[in-house]
Design a protein around this ligand. Sequence first.
Ligand SMILES: O=C(O)C(=O)C[C@]1(C(=O)O)C=C[C@@H](O)C=C1
Length: 330
Amino acid sequence: MATTTSIVRSPAALLSAKVTVSDHKPTPTVQISRFPSKQPLSSSQLFNSVSNGSRLRVAYQGVRGAYSEAAAEKAYPNCEAVPCDQFDSAFQAVEKWLVDRAVLPIENSLGGSIHRNYDLLLRHSLHIVGEVKLAVQHCLLANHGVQLEDLSRVLSHPQALAQCENTLTKIGLSREAVDDTALAAKHVALHKLKDTGAVASSSAAKIYGLNILAQDIQDDCDNVTRFLILAREPIIPGIQNPFKTSIVFSLEEGPGVLFKALAIESRPLRNQPLRAADDNNGSKYFDYLFYVDFEASMAEERAQNALRHLKEFATFLRVLGSYPVDTTMM
Ligand SMILES: O=C(O)C(=O)C[C@]1(C(=O)O)C=C[C@@H](O)C=C1
């Protein structure tokens, strides 16, 4: 997959910058119509389009019809959703001012964490300014005229395949992973495949002209994916509505007690995953990063106290963002 991203060094250069954010669409010319102020966004600004009336540009990973596009549109109903071929391109598109926000999946109620995005959060310096939860209802799609018994194989995003594991096993289809669910639908349609279906959304069926053979094929009807909204600047944390704060930290000592006590997301450190133990035997143990979401705003004293305390024994601590909780699915 070809990803060509021009390195933009000054805001003026952005006006003529071209970026290929997806190789499945004609190369879009990115026009930055607005340079957001350096001021942090307030939480009330968060869900609105920009004040001069131009549409907010929101990067997502995938092609048209992907769940991530639906999540971007749920977060910002009037936005221009900009497809990116990889998660990393979406991060870069925000950093290079080619778009205003990125909306990326971070965890799913059935499939678990999307580890790649946890790693990318750390490698890039964007801020979490919101979250959006999306109910994911998968369909089994095929070309018109193709019956269920004609299929031997199904294509989809690995998370989607995992979310439909039991159903696909029952039907007896072999699985093949592709970059996103809508791309699977597009591939099946484009190549007029007769023996291969796609697990994707009903809107992907509409966009690529496929037939819906089965609906709601996920193993649990409560299949929810949580997406993070990322921006160049943090928002000013509020206290008027429920806020969440996401942090990442590492510890001097082994992960043991804290890990068990908090049951938090932990990932081996990428640059230096193993740490020598103090036992002089040359033994090593994994050095962990802990990702914690807690339900409090950084504007609250109790959150500031908790982080001050954590800072005393953490070898590394970063606040990834303090943002309003998405209460739409509660
Ligand atoms: O493939 C898509 O349509 C996506 O938007 C990606 C993705 C994911 O990464 O989890 C998003 C929501 C669903 O959980 C399945 C796939």
